[in-house]
Design a protein around this ligand. Sequence first.
Ligand SMILES: [Zn+2]
Length: 323
Amino acid sequence: MSGQSVAVDTPWERVADSIEFIPAEYSVRDQPESVAQEMLRCGPAEIDRLVAAGLPCEERDGVRHFDTNDLYNLGMYSNTSKTQPELAFRMLFRFAGRPVDDLLRAKTWDFQVTLECPDCAGEAPWRLEAPDIDRFGGRLAEVSEPDPGAGSAAYTATVTTTGARTPVISPVLRELTQEYLAAGYRWQMIPVPMQADYGLVHELGATSCIAASLLLTERFRDAGYRAEAKRGWFCGVLGGALDLPHACVEVEDDDGTLKTIDIAKSQLAARLSASTGDFQELCLGSIYNKVIPSTASGNAALGYHECGSKTPVHVRADIRSVR
Ligand SMILES: [Zn+2]
């Protein structure tokens, strides 16, 4: 090792210790070691150290494979400022440090969702939990729904979102939300099926958008409020390159209006930068133009194919801003 710039040694053992690896029953180890090295900007020796420190892997054809969530979480919490997850999240949340007025105006998106049925059993109708935005002042236009078919399909639309400052007024809802935020759950990328098991996620000391929304919904209901966790899409997610599942809580406030609480985004923004206070507050009741709510409830799938296959449909969104 001569003639190279001196690299700061990343304490990978400590990073591995600081996150929760995805438990075996939810782990999908399909990312080869080359991808792991690229995501974490490291070499084989560092991957060896991570595996020794507990990073689950599976060897196939002599190549180690890893779960993409584990790699993301290691990168996010590595504090190297150079891993792909750190760069992606910093870019993704750049907006959160800017004046929030920009998040309150009407904004139009080219919305495209690809539905893929991996073990398709043949021709059948498709069903997508479509954007559901008129309730929050948005508009849906030029909708093209998929015809019955096999294998894969696309849904396209032009979606206009908008924002409104409607902070939660109920002291009870505020307190329950603050209690959750203060509990110190650690935000992690967690596969969607595991997030539905929100008891397990929180027992591990972790949290993520869907799991957080499901737990907070339960607490709101226990306090006598009408609440429902709903899924949706978080726009501007690098053209879909980062598939960040989104969910929030819809709750009827003391003034009788429906408010949305984007609990995990508030928490994630706080972790990424201290200068995001206004955005964090916006997440607690207000509507902002980077979210497209869907008709899907918090722990339900976004898309279905009625071919009879038991394998869930993959739903991938590509949402781009229209000038
Ligand atoms: Zn199918």
